[in-house]
Write a protein that binds this ligand. Structure first.
Ligand SMILES: [Zn+2]
Length: 147
């Protein structure tokens, strides 16, 4: 199992490694798109071992506090986004569609040059906070000829 790299990621964030946390992290990182806590619950129980839904929620809160995942609220409820990748995470919101999708990585990378690293540090200092990520949301609508 590739547990060792996950353990390192969790330890680097000061998170105590438990089997459920490792399983939840790996599921979240391996899923494309943005699962709900319930989605993660059924996948973790299927692929790893039984954990309670409360453990899923508690773990996601720990991951969120350390920047390992992001919560995305929508009218359909909360979804979670794996956020361990460095750089700018770009979401695409398409008018008329409820779900937010991740912009493919090759396009997300195009945004990285737009921002100078010092800006977030400076902003963090001014706010007295550690800024551990940047998320961009693109608003789009389908062309009529593709509808
Ligand atoms: Zn995302």
């Amino acid at each position: 199992m590739a547990y060792s790299s996950t353990e390192k990621i969790l330890r680097d964030q000061g998170i105590r490694c438990t089997r459920p946390r490792i399983a939840i992290y790996e599921c979240l990182a391996s899923i494309e798109g943005h699962p709900t806590a319930e989605d993660l619950h059924s996948i973790v129980c299927d692929r790893y071992e039984h954990v309670s839904l409360a453990t899923i929620y508690n773990t996601l809160t720990v991951f969120e506090e350390t920047g390992l995942c992001r919560k995305i609220s929508s009218s359909a409820g909360s979804r979670f986004c794996s956020a361990d990748s460095q750089g700018i995470h770009v979401h695409l919101r398409i008018a008329g569609q409820d779900e937010l999708v991740d912009l493919p990585l090759e396009y997300s990378k195009l945004f990285e040059g737009l921002l100078d690293e010092g800006l977030l540090e400076q902003l963090g200092r001014s706010l007295g906070m550690d800024i551990n990520g940047l998320q961009v949301e693109l608003l789009a609508h389908q062309h009529d000829d593709q509808a």
